[in-house]
Design a protein around this ligand. Structure first.
Ligand SMILES: [Zn+2]
Length: 276
């Protein structure tokens, strides 16, 4: 979801402070040794979670991070389809230079929210449940798949900062339509997952300006090509109404050219948490 993304830019510091409060509480309640808390708090204080696309170069290039870990935390019964996991790995492998590989970590998590999600909640709870920081010796991106829906129930997925995504399976189930039985909830989950990771890679025009005219003027941050997984309708509950054939699961040539240009430096990339 990109209107949200654009509105939420620049909130990193604010969220870090709120995250810190949550971290203090969880330290006290869980009786984690205080030494561990202190070092992690220092880490959080100096940490910015950035904007979607803020770790695009860290993924596209291999200079700093040779391995990418995708942590998928799901509520009980909300685990991703195996086809979604393999497709995601394949699509990221096509564009991100990670000689030591892309590793998927699946965890079952009881999230403290089970009904209505906002971007703030995705950030707060996403950061709390993440096993490690985004930038250590590896690059770590995080997906939560909780019970419940986004406050705007038409939204199937959101990218809320440089490393955090949420997919709303309850809404994805609602997005299937008797009018288009060819498209299953599994198909939709496949496309929404790749779409949200496209936002983490900065697509479309989130942290750069494309030389190609492929951003949909009515849906900022999205492609105007219905054959691109970055097409705006992919993350909306009305998805089934917009596609007569199969859903897109691939980045189109303009998307790929943008990513290649960012990686090579031919396209200027802004708001990066890591730069070469
Ligand atoms: Zn989107």
């Amino acid at each position: 979801m990109v209107s949200e993304i654009l509105e939420e830019r620049g909130c990193g510091q604010y969220m870090s402070n709120r995250r810190l409060t949550g971290f203090f509480l969880s330290c006290m309640m869980l009786s984690i040794p205080m030494a561990g808390c202190t070092s992690e708090i220092e880490e959080i204080l100096g940490e910015s979670w950035g904007v979607p696309g803020g770790l695009a170069l860290a993924c596209l290039r291999d200079d700093a991070y040779r391995e990418l870990v995708i942590e998928i935390d799901h509520a009980p019964g909300y685990n991703p389809e195996s086809s979604t996991v393999s497709l995601l790995k394949e699509r990221l492998g096509q564009v991100c230079d990670k000689p030591d590989g892309i590793r998927i970590e699946l965890n079952e998590v009881d999230f403290s929210e089970t009904k209505t999600w906002t971007a703030d909640k995705v950030r707060d709870i996403g950061h709390e449940t993440m096993d490690s920081s985004p930038q250590t010796s590896v690059l770590r991106w995080h997906v939560i798949m909780p019970e419940g829906k986004y406050s705007d129930e038409s939204v199937l997925g959101v990218a809320v900062d440089a490393s955090t995504i949420a997919l709303f399976s309850d809404s994805i189930d609602d997005a299937t339509s008797i009018f288009n039985p060819r498209i299953s909830d599994e198909d939709i989950e496949n496309s929404v997952m790749v779409h949200e990771f496209g936002h983490l890679l900065g697509l479309v025009n989130l942290v750069y300006t494309s030389p190609a005219d492929h951003e949909d003027s009515e849906h900022p941050g999205h492609s105007n090509n219905e054959d691109s997984v970055m097409y705006w309708a992919v993350e909306t509950v009305t998805i089934s109404a917009w596609f007569s054939g199969d859903l897109p699961t691939e980045f189109d040539q303009d998307d790929l050219d943008d990513l290649e240009g960012m990686k090579s430096g031919d396209i200027t990339t802004s708001d990066q948490l890591w730069t070469p």
